[in-house]
Design a binder for this molecule. Sequence first.
Ligand code: RIB
Ligand code: CA
Length: 308
Amino acid sequence: MPKSVILDVDTGVDDAFALLYAVRNPELKVLGITCVDGNTHLDQVCRNTLYVIDAAGAGNIPVAAGARHPLMGSSGHAEHVHGNDGLGGHSKPVTNRSLDKRHAIELIKDLVNESTEPVTLIPVGPLTNIALFIATYPEVAKKLEGILLMGGSASMGNVTATAEFNIWHDPEAAHVVFNSGLPITMYGLDVFYELGVTQSHIDELRKSPSTSAQLAADLVEFRYGSMGSEITLGDYGAVASFLYPELTTSKVMNVAVDVTNGLNRGQTICDKRPNETELYPNQIGKPCKVILSVQKEEMVKRWIEVVK
Ligand code: RIB
Ligand code: CA
């Protein structure tokens, strides 16, 4: 029985790696995809998302636009990583697909209410849409099986010394999600860079005539060009960790988000201390399953098999 998911994306290069895989893997039923401002501007995220799922040969999956900027106002994008169009110059308009008329949180609400199977949300961008959904439809949010998000870090940051981009982009939204009381699993920077692909993977993809394989190769090549020896499949790892938890190790720890305006704004503070409050007072945040390792070779192998 395929597992039902809703993806929330800020389609950039590694969101595309996740989308190409998710819509082609028969073990997953992608009920819908929602778009959020993040790697690039919302309108470009939407265009990129429609193009990528079209290249993947996806069926008629509803795609909806969501938040145009973070809860507290504008934030930085990441065109320096993903290119001006968010897809390394490879984005193309598609005419045979259009956005769902509903706002992202309405689409999520309807899909969760209509599903007869458990639904998991897999956000791989800033958490603005997810926070708005939880705040607007708390009773529907409680029906979710859980949220497995790409974001945060129990170690170091990438945008700053301590903050990871998806959380840094909208810390207040992340605070709402991590404090929601819903079952949260965090796929953070502790594993994000583990799923490396190299020239040999590009060569393997180039052997396949599919538009999925060719786009995947184009995007790996784009990042490879700017990164050198190896690039990460990034957001794909969140989808793989949801599908194959046996390929991961994790630990439950309290997580809180720094929403101050100091040096650590956007940090996910992961409390690794034992939770005996008499010995270790001042407990913070809410329990969250933090993924700490992945079986990288197997996860990369499974990605290639599906996207080629
Ligand atoms: O920090 C990495 C995350 O930020 C990834 O989801 C990437 O796509 C960007 O959204
Ligand atoms: Ca992303």
